[in-house]
Design a protein. Sequence first.
Length: 147
Amino acid sequence: MVLENNLEEVKAQEEILLSMPNEPEKAESEPTDSESQEDRTDSNARQDSTNSDFKKIIYNAIISGKLQKMLEKVVDGMDLTKVALRSLADIIDKTKDKLEGNVEQVAGPMGMPIMTDMWLPMFLSLLQTQEFQHLLANMFAQLVKDG
């Protein structure tokens, strides 16, 4: 959610730069040399103004630390994504083993093997732990703040 907000902020700044008023088109008559020179001068001035605005936005983002914070959030998100993908790969590997008949007995918290029909009681016991409740509460609070 934080990355989405930062991305929206960058997009908003991009829209500001792109929405700068364009010069109305000249009449279809042939421009004279002086009009042609004025057009080039106006075009160069607009380009310089756009470059200047972009530089100001980048400068302010760097000085305020917003760019650094955004990059740190991207890195944190990548770390979490890496962990999630590794875990997903492990789950798929275990699923493959189970489908091939290589069933490994894993001991549960009370030392007895976890059976297929025990997933619901295990999930309910997970919901009762303080750590998991705090994790979900933090998730819900963040969703409400960002939403």
